[in-house]
Design a protein around this ligand. Structure first.
Ligand code: HEC
Length: 196
């Protein structure tokens, strides 16, 4: 047999051996205990299990009014999002209201008012990540209140609506039907027909 054939066989053997070796090592590593960390307790999980769904699932107890929300907003949000909710240049904080009807204008202005399909996202997002420089510091009542204020400023709810788990789920956002469900494409996606 020629040297070349031997070389080919040796290489094939080596590749096969390596493949099996990696496979076995992988199988051994799987499920192995490393002797550090501890099992998450229900309390650990509760701290991060805060998602609020469009139908109100996960929304906590509590409530807030538009007037209370104005005070919360001026105190904790206005520095970045602007007194009139139009955003402040240089902070990176987006305008929260306006832009309604612009989505298919060729120059879409996407805000909570014009773009977000469910009010639950506003509660969830605020609780999770705002104020930008101190997330996790607000009470649920403060979050309900500031959500009510923003939605009122966006002309989505009237001034007398008290925001709570039930009224949050009942809010009908202007772009509620602007998203389509695309199971093959990762779930809910903006309906491109609206953004030409
Ligand atoms: C220190 C500045 C700052 C403060 C204070 C702040 N935000 Fe923000 N906010 C930001 C920035 C920056 C972003 C953009 C974050 C990103 O794109 O990841 C943002 C994004 C948002 C968005 C998403 C807007 C969009 O259309 O994408 C919402 C809603 C929001 N903030 C609400 C609030 C509320 C409510 C408060 C007060 C409780 C608040 N923010 C306080 C800086 C701030």
């Amino acid at each position: 047999m020629s040297t070349r054939k031997w070389t080919i066989r040796a290489c094939a053997g080596l590749a096969l051996g390596l493949g099996i070796g990696i496979g076995v090592a992988g199988a051994q590593g799987f499920g192995e205990r490393f002797g550090f960390g501890s099992a998450a307790t229900p309390a650990d999980i509760a701290k991060i299990d805060i998602d609020v769904m469009p139908d109100g699932r996960g929304a906590p107890a509590g409530q807030g009014t538009v007037d209370e929300g104005m005070r919360v907003y001026n105190d904790k949000c206005a520095a970045c999002h602007g007194e009139n909710l139009g955003g402040v240049k240089g902070t990176g904080a987006a305008p929260l209201v306006g832009g309604r009807g612009t989505l298919n204008s060729g120059k879409p202005k996407k805000t909570v008012e014009s773009y977000w399909p469910y009010a639950s996202i506003l509660f969830d997002y605020t609780k999770r990540s705002m104020p930008f420089d101190s997330p996790g510091t607000m009470t649920d009542n403060e979050i309900y209140a500031v959500v009510a204020y923003i939605l009122n400023k966006g002309n989505i709810i009237d001034k007398s609506t008290v925001m709570n788990a039930k009224t949050l789920a009942a809010v009908k956002m202007p772009n509620r039907n602007g998203f389509i469900f695309n199971p093959g494409g990762g779930g809910h996606r903006p309906d491109v027909r609206n953004y030409r």
